[in-house]
Design a binder for this molecule. Structure first.
Ligand SMILES: Nc1ncnc2c1ncn2[C@@H]1O[C@H](COP(=O)(O)OP(=O)(O)OP(=O)(O)O)[C@@H](O)[C@H]1O
Ligand SMILES: [Mg+2]
Length: 401
């Protein structure tokens, strides 16, 4: 027997509610914080709890006993009807997923001041069997606060994305600007250095000593400017990810000897000699030759600059499992304690004063760090026993595959 709508009690339940316990059950349903209604196999609504009365503004006596599609004519043929039919015909349960900004049933709650606000819903549809009859329980949860929070989060995420785009654009502009200006400066400076070099060499005629001195100062300063511009270009390449690396097997001894040779003259200015300790012949690392030499040049020039006159700089190669450590050890004054944490930062020099004794811009170690890390290596320094500093780089041994 199907429940008869004429026996509907005040809770909206049909025959299924008969005993005092059932009345209590009806009250429990009315206290539910969710919307609940029950559809029978004839697609009639036979239970309609208080939450549904409030949210739909449809009285229980007007709904109970009516066909589902008569109560919700707009839902005829929609997915929710199909899902209710599936619960009743094939006993299939469904979650009508929470649809953002799209309420499934026309339900509203009243705001203070009489304004009505649509209820965002999460709807589950479940089959129930009782005494040989099939029913379908529809449960509605109000997810409006969650949806509103998601809306706010979406707006915030969009704003954050826009801000990020703007920042990226500004940073791209800055790095393009830096690189264009540096390139534009480099060409005329290179030509000025060439011309000054020719004049200084005397090919244009012997110079009066005071003119020779001025030309030498000009040559020196042009050289320094070129170093600075090349460093700035390198940094802008690193920051925009445009620094190319040609990685491959590199014979370590060959590269070390070349670096020492390239720095020999520089070392002589400071009366410093480089000494390469034993390197196993054929030691091959995985690196970019030119970039590795760039890092070594900076470590070797730093060691000379910050060493006392007449002292050696030692270069050691140590194997550590699959890595090779290259150490450049000097016997200079060491790194001041308060400077250690800033040493790899841009433009950072322990002595940044105008009266400092040695040249440089404080970019060398910053660039070296970026290069070594790009080659999957590590750069650092140790304070050895006695005087001086050990700067080291750890890079991978080359392995034939
Ligand atoms: N071997 C060292 N001994 C003592 N101090 C050092 C040594 N190497 C680097 N430093 C300190 O770290 C600072 C930064 O070194 P970095 O190579 O970055 O710059 P720089 O040599 O001053 O200039 P650049 O390399 O750009 O020409 C140096 O100015 C110096 O104060
Ligand atoms: Mg340097």
């Amino acid at each position: 027997m199907l429940p008869d709508a004429s026996h509907i009690n005040r809770y909206g339940e049909a025959e299924i509610i008969a005993s005092p316990a059932d009345h209590l059950f009806g009250k429990v349903l009315d206290l539910s914080e969710n919307g609940l209604f029950l559809v029978d196999s004839e697609r009639k609504i036979i239970l309609w709890n208080e939450w549904m009365v409030q949210a739909s503004s449809l009285k229980r006596e007007d709904v109970v006993g009516s066909a589902f599609v008569d109560v919700f004519p707009a839902l005829k043929g929609r997915r929710v009807e199909t899902v209710i039919n599936a619960a009743l015909d094939t006993r299939t349960a469904s979650l009508l997923s929470r649809s953002l900004n799209k309420a499934i049933f026309p339900l509203y709650f009243s705001e203070i001041g009489g304004e009505q606000q649509r209820i965002e819903q999460s709807v589950t549809v479940k089959p129930i069997q009782s005494e040989g009859h099939d029913y379908c329980l529809v449960q509605i949860t109000d997810v409006t606060p969650m949806v509103q929070r998601e809306d706010v989060l979406r707006v915030l995420a969009k704003e954050a994305e826009e801000a990020l785009q703007e920042a990226e654009e500004a940073s791209r502009f800055k790095s393009e600007f830096t690189s264009t200006v540096s390139h534009e400066l480099r060409t005329p400076l290179t030509s000025i250095r060439g011309s000054l070099g020719l004049i200084a060499s005397g090919v244009m005629g012997t110079l009066k000593p005071e003119i020779g001195r001025l030309i030498a100062i000009a040559c020196n300063n042009t050289e320094r400017l070129l170093f600075l511009i090349n460093d700035i270009l390198d940094i802008s390449k690193i920051e925009s990810g445009k620094m190319d690396f040609v990685m491959g097997p590199v014979d370590l001894k060959v590269v070390l000897l070349q670096s020492i040779e390239a720095n020999q003259a520089y070392g002589e200015q400071y009366e410093v000699k480089y000494h390469l300790n034993d390197v196993v012949d054929g030691t091959t690392v995985y690196a970019d030759t030119d970039r590795l030499m760039q890092v070594l040049n900076n470590l070797l020039s730093n060691a000379a600059k910050f060493s006392p006159k007449g002292v050696e700089v030692d270069i050691n190669v140590i194997r550590k499992d699959e890595m090779i450590r290259i150490e450049v050890r000097d016997y200079g004054s060491g790194i001041p304690e308060q400077f250690k944490s800033r040493i790899f930062e841009k433009f950072s020099q322990a002595d940044g004063s105008d009266t400092r004794q040695v040249g440089g811009t404080g970019l060398g170690l910053n660039i070296s760090k970026a290069i070594v890390e790009q080659m999957s290596g590590v750069i650092g320094f140790n304070v050895p026993e006695g005087q001086g500093t050990i700067f080291y780089i750890d890079i991978c041994l080359f392995k034939e595959t």
